[in-house]
Design a binder for this molecule. Structure first.
Ligand code: RTP
Ligand code: MG
Length: 141
């Protein structure tokens, strides 16, 4: 099994619901370690840059507007197959389709306000980690 790092973002809806700790608990129970974390109010430029792959999609403006609507909690998770493990904890993008017991089934409101982001590949995880954290901000533990 490969030890990987991935990005998780607790989106503005879940931060506003005050469930950061409950979501962190799910990461820890799944064996994922938090090796970097910061709370941040994303600027429009931050959100547009982060979601640049989606810029031609019809939902892009709504996504940027939502992601800048309040602070987000950004963390690097480390563990065995961390990219897929985090995606499994998150559940499907649309909470109506998310499996019972997943973060989105339990905390998301809609496909826009869907509680969390997670990197979708190891390659994108590396890009997303570097987008938000310097090398010195990611610890070994
Ligand atoms: P994320 O990137 O946030 O982890 O979510 P994801 O991989 O499950 O979904 P993705 O396809 O990357 O889309 C990014 C975010 O855009 C919003 N979205 N809205 N209205 C729509 O059809 C639609 N599709 C996607 C969601 O908030 C999604 O998380
Ligand atoms: Mg995605």
């Amino acid at each position: 099994m490969a030890i990987e790092k991935t990005i998780s973002i607790i989106k503005p809806d879940a931060v506003a619901k005050n469930v950061i700790g409950e979501i962190y608990s799910r990461f820890e129970k799944a064996g994922l370690k938090i090796v970097a974390a910061k709370m941040k109010q994303l600027s429009q430029a931050d959100a547009e840059g982060f979601y640049a792959v989606h810029k031609e999609r019809p939902f892009f403006n709504d996504l940027v507007s939502f992601m800048t609507s309040g602070p987000v909690m950004i963390q690097v998770l480390e563990g065995e197959n961390a990219v897929l493990a985090n995606r499994e904890l998150m559940g499907a993008t649309n909470p109506k389709e998310a499996a019972a017991g997943t973060i989105r089934a339990d905390f998301a409101e809609s496909i826009d306000a869907n509680a969390v982001h997670g990197s979708d590949s190891l390659e994108n995880a590396a890009i997303e980690i570097a987008y938000f954290f310097s090398a010195e901000e990611v610890v070994s533990r």
